[in-house]
Each structure stands twice: as C-alpha cells, then as structure tokens.
Design a binder for this molecule. Sequence first.
Ligand SMILES: O=C[C@H](O)[C@H](O)[C@H](O)COP(=O)(O)O
Length: 232
Amino acid sequence: MSSHDLKRQAAAAALEHVRDGMKLGLGTGSTAKHFVELLGERVRGGLKVIAVPTSEATRADAQANGIALTTLDEVDRLDLTVDGADEINAALDLVKGGGGALLREKIVAAASDRMIVIADESKLVANLGRFPLPIEVIPFGLAATRRAVEEACAECGVFGSISLRKGSGGHAFVTDGGHWILDAHLGRIPDAPGLADSLNAIPGVVENGLFIGLASMAVLAGPDGIRIIERP
Ligand SMILES: O=C[C@H](O)[C@H](O)[C@H](O)COP(=O)(O)O
C-alpha cells in the first residue's frame, strides 16, 4: 500500500471523531490535506462544522472544499484539531514543522481541547530527533540566534549542524508569519521538554517544532491497519 493510501486511511479514521457542530483546527501537510478533503466531502453531505486553518495552504484547501472558516479571534476554544507530524514517539510528543507551519499549528493545537495526530506508521519513532528539528526564528540577528540555538542544544546534551531552510530560488524559506526556519540536525533528542523550553527562551526564537503534551491521540496507518495510541 502506498504512503498516499496510508495517509488517507489515517485521515479517514480521524474523521470518525468529528461531530456535528464542532469547532475544528485543520493541520497542514500532505496527511492533513487528506483530512481536509474527506471533511469537505462530509460537509457537502450536510455536516456542520467551523474550522481554523493552520496555514495559508490549508486555508486555500479548506475553502476549495467548502469548509466554513473562522479565526481564534472569533471563537474561544476549539473542540478538536487534526494534524500530521514528522515524528511521533510513544508518549505522543511530536516533531512538527517540516512544511514550515509549526507556529500556527502549535497556537491552534494549544487552543484545542483535543489534538489527534494522523500519520502513516513510519512516523512513529523510539526517539525524537532523526528528523531535523524546525526552529522558527526572526530574520533580524540570525547569526546571534543561531549561536544561541547551538549553545542551548549543547547545554541539553545534543549536537549537530543547524541550517537555514532554503526555499525556491535558494533564498531563505519564509513562513506564513514572515519568519525564517533553522533546521537542527540533532539525531536524537533525549530531553525534548527541556530542549523545547531552552529554545523558546532565546529572544530570536519564535517557536520550535517540539510539540510536548499537546497530542491526545495518534492515528497511525500501516499495512496491517489502523493503530491508535492514546495519552494515558
Ligand atoms: O509544517 C508542517 C507540518 O508540521 C506537517 O504536519 C508535518 O510536516 C507533516 O507533514 P506530512 O503529513 O506532509 O508528512
């Protein structure tokens, strides 16, 4: 079965948790895009939901699929956010931001009563860190911020190269918030909560891609079917 099919299966399984009248957060990325498309089918069939997208790309997808949108200024809390991830461990801590949407994704997840992470099972890892950790930074003072990121990593006992993410044309990739992204190639992150706190204490860092304690359930699709991991 292709990765495309597995992602769609995970998205379909998460859709079973959506109820009429819910306020939803819509994630970003290739897996979340399946969820938006399947949700759109249900909306066209009469399901009433309202949703906050986590990126301009997801906003466009949601609009194309006829999903009513709102903002976190117009609603208080969201009932449920469904989003993908780059890595998921057994404790449901995540690495996110491979697509550059980590900041809005974390704001939306934190404003949600529940977050379901959807993925093909290859995203489940014993240790976070093989996927480069995205760190969203302010362009001003980039070199100083990068040095501070290296120091914070070293103090947490993790080492590796820190690279500025490039977009099309070789220029810095720019997030929806107008920021840049440093990708930290760390290999293994033994203390993810500690590293997340240290990185966010750096003035030039806007947010990091470690999602600690936000996901309540993972829906993982593999060749043998769907596997659910729930936060105890
Ligand atoms: O910034 C992007 C998001 O965090 C994505 O949810 C993450 O990169 C996973 O994307 P995909 O489902 O395409 O693997």
